[in-house]
Design a protein around this ligand. Structure first.
Ligand SMILES: NC(=O)c1ccc[n+]([C@@H]2O[C@H](COP(=O)([O-])OP(=O)(O)OC[C@H]3O[C@@H](n4cnc5c(N)ncnc54)[C@H](OP(=O)(O)O)[C@@H]3O)[C@@H](O)[C@H]2O)c1
Length: 257
């Protein structure tokens, strides 16, 4: 691996306590990178930290708190004197028909999936500009690319975050900073398990049948593994800077835009 800044990168991963975030932490740790982790539940973060042999920081926080991004980024920068890799992964998907998407649900989806990523990018950019190097990856979704029933708020937020990625990339490329997204279909994580539970309880359908239906949403008929998302993140952060403002879709070939 030959990148423009000397490894090991100092990394910050949001939503690091389970699912995709925990897989990204594990992958970056195998590269020997120091990793700061945030999520709301400190005990879950400490459980992930206990598996690591690389230097690590556990910084609990709710990313929807308007002050969280500044506080968390400042803490990492002051501990490690810089920040090279920011992976914005914390997110939440709640489904509802449009007529039952109230203002609170709409605002909640925007806050965690769009506003918080914006605040993290804004908080990290001054340090990355000063370093002349930064790698930012947002975990977006196929919902950043196409619409689907019952997820209008989530889809709007995830479309928005891909716009944020593209614009930030265009603005920051001359500073040695890249900003990219990974756009997975259904991933085998607790979030998808909650989706299955919700469909089962709303429809009375059999759990295995629901899982099969969700797997068929991907072109290859399988759920994406969190490790596959982590591998795409690794690819993007180790790039020399040519790949910028892109969203890499991981869904077995179904969505091709
Ligand atoms: N699973 C999928 O099928 C799928 C598909 C496409 C995209 N994605 C995206 O991938 C990302 C991760 O999804 P996942 O499946 O790994 O979800 P998950 O299993 O529910 O994990 C979510 C992580 O984010 C943290 N988090 C959630 N809300 C937070 C908040 N307000 N403040 C701080 N941390 C918060 C959670 O910890 P705490 O609860 O302790 O805070 C947890 O660490 C999300 O952005 C999601 O939209 C997922």
């Amino acid at each position: 691996m030959n990148v423009s800044r000397q490894s090991p990168f100092r990394c910050l991963v949001t939503g690091a306590s389970r699912g995709i975030g925990a897989a990204i932490v594990d992958d970056l740790a195998h590269l020997g990178y120091p990793i700061a982790m945030t999520a709301r539940t400190e005990s879950d973060l400490l459980a992930v930290a206990s598996t690591l042999t690389v230097p690590n920081l556990v910084i609990p926080g709710d990313v929807t708190d308007p002050h969280a991004a500044d506080m968390i980024v400042q803490r990492v920068v002051s501990e490690w004197n810089g920040l090279d890799v920011l992976v914005i992964n914390a997110g939440e998907g709640i489904s509802a028909p449009i007529t039952r998407t109230d203002d609170a649900l709409w605002a909640r989806m925007m806050e965690v999936n769009l506003n918080a990523p914006f605040r993290f990018i804004r908080a990290a950019v001054p340090t990355m500009k000063e370093q002349g190097f930064g790698r930012i990856v947002v975990i977006a979704s196929v919902a950043s690319r196409v619409g689907a029933p019952y997820i209008s708020a989530y889809t709007a937020a995830k479309h928005g975050v891909l716009g944020l990625v593209r614009s930030a990339a265009a603005e920051l490329s001359s500073y040695g900073i890249t900003v990219n997204a990974v756009c997975p279909g259904y991933v085998d994580t607790p979030m998808t398990a909650r989706t299955v539970d919700s469909i089962v309880s709303n429809t009375g359908r059999n759990r295995d049948e629901v899982l099969h239906t969700l797997a068929q949403e991907q072109g290859h008929g399988k759920l994406i593994q969190p490790q596959e998302v982590a591998a795409a993140v690794r690819f993007l952060i180790c790039d020399q800077g040519a790949i910028n403002g892109q969203g890499i879709t991981l869904d077995g070939g179904k969505v091709q835009i």
